[in-house]
Structure formats: structure tokens, C-alpha cells
Design a protein around this ligand. Structure first.
Ligand code: GLP
Length: 259
């Protein structure tokens, strides 16, 4: 795990650099995209770079998760959110964006089809991900199997309350059920870039980086991944015992080493 502590803008730039380096090396790269507020500054950077000539035309993208049962045109359907925030703004063709089908009549079949689509695309090269205050990754809530695959999950009360801000503050409007890539699915991405900011994420980040690996804090499974970059601001890093060490490592990182 590489831990980088910096300002929101610095972190967004680093994450966007990783995406740009990948796309320039491999224009057909497979990107893993996340919704939520944490990656928004990265997406703004990518839009800027697209305007400066970075092409997403041959890329493919997979979304981490989706609410179950929202109408196709609901503004908070994650597919609509990511189209609005990123893909329509960087010229990623609509057909190149895949997301779990939370409106499917057969949800189990939709989950299996999603897993197959990721494999058929050759797997995710770079996965952008946030973290929930309760340590969830995508919508893998506490208690999720560390080996889980795309499946239906029930949200915790806390997550529904956290996400109510996108539903005019109405907790009861936030769907109870979601489809989410499993922790085992996310672990197969070749590079995972996690972003977290603000004091509400401090405990989840402390557990992620320095806690024991446990389904109680699902994101801790990333300690078993070979290539994870954790990008956190000062507030989200405030619970880290070894913050000084992480800062020193990054400050003295060899120039030839990328993220
Ligand atoms: C949601 C999403 C997660 C996201 C989390 C944190 O529950 N399903 O993918 O990481 O919220 O969101 P935010 O970045 O807005 O704090």
C-alpha cells in the first residue's frame, strides 16, 4: 500500500496522472469508475485533460455498484450520475460504459452477466474507489465476504443516511438494496486508487491502513492487494499512527517510480 497525504487538488492530480499515463500507454484500457463525492475532483481533472487532447475513445469502463429499482431516468441512478459527472464529458462512448443492471427482472442473472463482462473485457486496469464511513468499499457493507463477487446487498442505516443528501435529505427515498461488485471482484483490478477526504473518513482510513483485516471493515481486504494507492487529505489521515512515515516515504520517493 502506498499512502499519500495531500490537499484535495494534489490528490486529484495524482490520480488523474495515473489514469492519463495508463491511457497513453494503452488507449484501450479498462477503467473502474466510482460514484460518490470523493472522486469528483479527479473527474474534473480528467475533463480538463480530455480538452487538452487525452482520448477516452477506445477505453472501456465498469461502474462499481448500482441501486436496485430506481427508474432508468432517475438522476441518482449511478449510471446516470457517472455519465453526467464524467463519461459524457470525456467522449467515452455510451456502449463502452457498463454498470450493474439494478432494474433487471432477474437480478442474480444480471450479477453473473456483470462478472462475465468484466472478465471478457480482460479485467479492470485501474479502479478508482472511495470508502464509506463504515469502511464499505463500493457497496460492500460490514460483514461482506472478503471473497465476494457481484451480488445484491442491503445498505446499512448509516449508509442510507449518508446518501440521503443525494435524495433531497430523505432517507426513505434511498433504496435499501443495491448491486455491487464484490470485494473479490475489486481485488482483481490491477491497480486500485482509493480517495478519501474529511474527518468522517478518519476511522475508516485508520482501519483500512493500520487495522486488522476484517469483514467488519470491508476495505481492509485491500491490505492483501499488491498495488493499492491510498490518497487521503489531512483530516482523513488524522487517525494514522504512522502518518509521519507515509509522508516521508512519499517526499523521498525515487523519481522513476510512478504511483
Ligand atoms: C457510496 C458509494 C461508494 C462510495 C461511498 C463514499 O456509498 N457506493 O462507492 O465510496 O458512498 O461516498 P463519498 O465519496 O461521497 O463519501
Amino acid at each position: 500500500m502506498e499512502i499519500v497525504i495531500g490537499s484535495r487538488d494534489e490528490l486529484a492530480e495524482l490520480a488523474a496522472d495515473a489514469v492519463e499515463t495508463l491511457l497513453r500507454r494503452r488507449p484501450q484500457a479498462v477503467l473502474g469508475l466510482a460514484t460518490g463525492s470523493s472522486p469528483l475532483a479527479v473527474y474534473e481533472q480528467l475533463v480538463r485533460r480530455y480538452k487538452d487532447g487525452l482520448s477516452f475513445e477506445q477505453a472501456q469502463a465498469f461502474l462499481l455498484d448500482e441501486y436496485v429499482g430506481l427508474p432508468d431516468d432517475h438522476p441518482e441512478r449511478y449510471r446516470n450520475v457517472i455519465v453526467r459527472d464524467l463519461t459524457s464529458r470525456v467522449g467515452l462512448p455510451d456502449g463502452a460504459l457498463r454498470s450493474p443492471d439494478g432494474g433487471a427482472a432477474d437480478l442474480l442473472a444480471a450479477c453473473a452477466a456483470y462478472e462475465e463482462a468484466i472478465v471478457a473485457a480482460g479485467g479492470v486496469d485501474l479502479q478508482i474507489v472511495g470508502i464509506g464511513a463504515d469502511g464499505h468499499l463500493a457497496f460492500n457493507e460490514p460483514g461482506s465476504s472478503l471473497a465476494s463477487r457481484t451480488r445484491i446487498k442491503s445498505l446499512t442505516e448509516q449508509t442510507r443516511r449518508d446518501n440521503a443528501r443525494f435524495f433531497d435529505g430523505a432517507v426513505e427515498a434511498v433504496p435499501r438494496h443495491v448491486l455491487t461488485q464484490g470485494l473479490g471482484t475489486i481485488m482483481e483490478a490491477r491497480h486500485v486508487v482509493l480517495l478519501a477526504g474529511g474527518p468522517a473518513k478518519a476511522e475508516a482510513v485508520r482501519q483500512l491502513v493500520e487495522g486488522p483485516v476484517s469483514a467488519r471493515w470491508p476495505a481492509t481486504v485491500l491490505q492483501h492487494h499488491q498495488h493499492v494507492t491510498v490518497l487521503v487529505d489531512d483530516e482523513a489521515a488524522s487517525g494514522l499512527e504512522l502518518a509521519g512515515y507515509y509522508r516521508e516515504c512519499f517526499a523521498h520517493k525515487p523519481a522513476w517510480q510512478s504511483l
